[in-house]
Design a protein around this ligand. Structure first.
Ligand code: HEM
Length: 458
């Protein structure tokens, strides 16, 4: 009995070292099965890395939603209103109008982005209080900053607390479901939709919204682009950057020692290379494609562009976090597309986001040193556990060793529970999304009834 007890105990104790990896592999197999045989991974057997960009930028690699099983899953995660989420609109006049509006809103904030981001960061960081060490999850710490920032960018007024709560609840729910750490809570998301709808109806949006969209669709559009994508992506990008600094104290010390903007740029590029925000971006081909010597890619194929793999290829020691590699390398010539490819719907915030991020990094680094012993992976389901230690001229910064040791143990055990949760909830959501077929049904409706399909989708 004692031997059996010891054996069970040993298995239990070893769980953190092998179970999460087994569960992640099982989850990947389930997700791969959604794509079925229609998906072509790039780079992959058919198209190697040298043709990655050419294929991504090919004019016929332009379908976004229609005809891919994968789209049902993305529409499910991004509900409500995924049919007007810019990323998922098919090419055509409606897309052009939406994309123009996004560009216009972002451009209107470009000149004041740095100051605005710094002010939002100051307000949120001041809210941490005066204790010497604060335990935070970086994604959670960042979301209110970006909620305030994008609110002010869109509405040209300071973000009230209740709106900030609505935005953070919405963005957190989307990110949590996308990572399969929780189910969707549409009530939280719809509270924000109602708020945005009322702002539009009251005439409180100082931008011209896409005239081709109904008023409810305009609210969904704002929610999708600015209060899902913008807040989630900026928060995740910042959380990765700060986790990378926490894991590389030499890099952090160099940043903290002087306001070296060039070095910060290299650190940001490296963080975006090593931890790209997109795992896979997909396109559906609208015509046969022939590039290089390879076989013809048939019309209607689903191309899955694998960012992490592309970002690893052609670099020395690709898994090493090494900002100084960008001293020699050109971000244009290297296999580096953190904001997508120029010729095929790149990120409209590629100019503004880095400016705002830089301002937030300086605000944080000048107040705090960042430490972590938690794992740092591309999908970051742990939301970036960190200790922020207030910088002091008198005592300097002492490494909080005991608290870091506790954090490390807790993170490994949380990983066990979280990976099982992700497997169960991910499987459920894949099943639920396939059952609802939000994207497929939307296009079927559109084909059958035309405008009648332009109703809310979730
Ligand atoms: C550091 C932060 C960000 C990164 C790394 C990032 C990355 C990307 C990437 C790689 C794509 C292209 C995906 C594809 O080819 O399908 C994309 C598209 C997009 N991003 Fe960002 N993004 C960030 C922040 C933002 C922000 C702040 C906004 C605010 C509006 C935004 C809005 C969008 C939209 C609307 C698209 C779809 C573009 C289209 O299809 O026309 N992103 N982003």
């Amino acid at each position: 009995v004692i031997a059996a007890g010891i054996a069970v105990l040993l298995v239990l104790l070893s769980l953190p070292s092998w179970l999460p990896a087994v569960v992640v592999a099982a989850r990947m197999r389930i997700f791969a099965r959604i794509n079925g045989d229609e998906a072509i991974s790039v780079p992959g057997e058919l198209v190697d890395v040298s043709l990655f960009r050419r294929l991504y930028e090919h004019p016929a690699a332009n379908g976004r939603s229609r005809g891919a099983a994968l789209s049902d899953l993305f529409w499910y995660w991004l509900s409500p209103g995924p049919h007007v989420h810019q990323e998922h609109i098919e090419p055509g006049p409606r897309y052009d109008e939406v994309a123009r509006t996004t560009r216009h809103i972002l451009a209107s904030g470009q000149a004041r982005a740095e100051r605005l981001a710094a002010e939002c960061a100051q307000r949120v960081l001041t809210g941490l209080g005066s204790q010497r060490v604060s335990a935070v999850r970086l994604r959670d710490l960042m979301m209110p900053i970006w909620a305030e920032f994008y609110f002010e960018l869109v509405f040209h007024e300071r973000c009230p607390d209740y709106a900030r709560t609505l935005i953070v609840d919405n963005a957190d729910d989307v990110a949590t479901a996308l990572k399969c750490c929780g189910l969707r809570h549409l009530d939280r998301r719809e509270r924000l939709t109602r708020f945005l709808l009322s702002k539009i109806e009251l005439g409180e949006v100082p931008h011209r919204l896409p005239a081709g969209l109904s008023v409810p669709d305009q609210a969904f559009y704002l929610q999708g682009a600015f209060f899902n994508t913008a807040v989630v992506q900026s928060s995740e990008a910042m959380a990765h950057l700060l986790m990378a600094l926490a894991g590389h104290e030499d890099v952090q010390a160099r940043l903290a020692a002087g306001h070296d903007a060039d070095y910060l740029d290299r650190v940001m590029e490296e963080s975006l290379r090593r931890y790209p925000l997109f795992g896979v971006a997909h396109r559906i081909t609208s015509a046969d494609i022939e590039i290089g010597e390879g076989p013809v890619i048939r019309r209607g194929s689903v191309l899955c562009f694998n960012y992490p793999e592309f970002h690893r290829s052609g670099f020395d020691h690709p898994d090493r976090f090494d900002p100084d590699r960008w001293r020699e390398l050109s971000t244009r010539e290297a296999n580096h597309i953190p904001f997508g490819v120029t010729g095929n719907r790149p990120c409209p915030a590629r100019a503004l986001a880095p400016i705002a991020m830089r301002a937030v990094v300086w605000e944080l680094i000048r107040r705090f040193a960042v430490f972590s012993s938690a794992s740092h992976t591309r999908s970051m389901p742990n939301r970036g556990p960190c200790l922020l230690v207030r910088r002091s001229d008198v005592d300097g910064v002492a490494r909080p060793r005991a608290r870091l040791a506790v954090m490390g143990v807790r993170d490994r055990w949380e990983d066990v529970w979280r990976s099982i949760t992700q497997l169960v909830l991910g499987t459920y959501m894949v099943w639920d999304a396939r059952r609802r077929k939000l994207c497929q049904r939307y296009f079927e409706d559109l084909d059958n009834n035309g405008a009648a399909a332009r109703k809310s989708v979730h």
